[in-house]
Design a protein around this ligand. Structure first.
Ligand code: GLV
Length: 319
């Protein structure tokens, strides 16, 4: 029996699958585990099932010990894990691609609609009981039909957002290191562009790249400044892909029309400057937050850990 440490509460079905074969230690409190407690609990772990709120770095790996075989992140993004530090210690890393594609794409599409049609702003009017009346020119937004969606990072989630946006009548442009395969490019009718061209021509720019040193502050004062004044920026990827201070400045001075954010640079802290801006739609990292998706993510992470502990190849190895 191996020791599996789960760093936060995950759906019971995945815990039971791990418990059927191994000795499982889990943190079931509704608040995130403290670092101190986590460092204690991981001691002797053969597998760590981690949430994206936990930093898995050299200190944590060393606290676990040399028997550690695998870290299975319950997320597709794994920027919370120091992959080179895992490699140095022969620890495998896995993630959960595929199962959260549709849920996250739904949220990106929702943010596109919320931003361009001013839905959060409108809801605030009703809730505050501010006076309002239907009016020919009241709270007009941008119609997205015929407008260009620029997708930065055309992976599984980017393509799923493109499908939705196409159904809403948008045209699709994208950046990607290598262009899409011909069949997908044809299906999405998507145009491969340089970042500069995409920024200059898109009406909505949606971020779907992983977070890494290369994508840190990819959207900054300079790149935001290259967007159309009438354009919107959507981020469902990772907060630090956007320089939040620069975005606040741009939104305040109408450098762009608006932003829809599911993720923040210093989560769960949100830049104070965003809070008072009507042209920013702010939601608390809900991309994969459906019962079905979170269950599938936890099951995928369990499958990955179980495979490694059984001496098999894990389906979702990264790095
Ligand atoms: C969620 O943000 C994920 O990366 O799975």
């Amino acid at each position: 029996m191996a020791r599996v440490v789960i760093t936060g509460k995950i759906p019971a079905i995945a815990v039971e699958r791990l418990r059927a074969e191994h000795d499982v230690v889990s943190w079931d409190e509704p608040v995130a585990i403290t670092r101190e407690e986590l460092l204690k609990r991981v001691k002797g772990a053969d597998a760590i099932v981690s949430l994206l709120t936990e930093k898995v770095d050299a200190e944590l790996l060393d606290a676990a010990g040399p028997q550690l075989q695998v870290v299975s992140n319950v997320a597709v993004g794994y920027n919370n894990i120091d992959v080179p530090a895992c490699k140095e210690r022969n620890v495998l890393v896995t993630n959960t691609p595929g199962v959260l594609t549709e849920a996250t794409a739904d949220i990106a599409m929702a943010l596109i609609l919320m931003s361009t049609r001013r839905l959060a702003e409108g809801e605030r009017v009703i809730r505050k009981q501010d006076p309002w009346q239907w009016g020919m020119f009241y709270m007009l937004g941008l119609g997205i039909q015929g407008r260009q969606l620029g997708i930065v990072g055309m992976g599984l989630i980017g393509a799923a957002v493109a499908r939705r946006a196409k159904a809403f009548g948008m045209t699709i442009a994208y950046t990607k290191r290598s262009p899409l395969d011909a069949a997908t490019a044809k299906e999405l009718d998507a145009k491969h562009m340089s970042m500069d061209e995409l920024l200059a021509t898109s009406d909505v720019v949606s971020l779907h790249c992983p977070y890494s040193p290369e994508t840190h502050h990819l959207m900054n004062a300079e790149t935001i400044g290259k967007m159309k004044k009438s354009a919107y920026l959507i981020n469902t990827a990772r907060g630090p892909v956007v320089d939040e201070a620069a975005l606040v400045d741009a939104l305040k001075h109408n450098v762009i029309a608006g932003a829809g954010l599911d993720v923040f640079e210093h989560e769960p802290k949100v830049h104070e400057g965003l809070l008072g801006l009507d042209n920013a739609v702010l939601i608390p990292h809900l991309g994969s937050a459906t019962v079905e998706t979170r269950t599938a993510m936890a099951n995928t992470a369990a499958t990955n850990s179980l495979a490694v502990l059984a001496g098999k190849t894990a389906p979702n190895l990264v790095g």
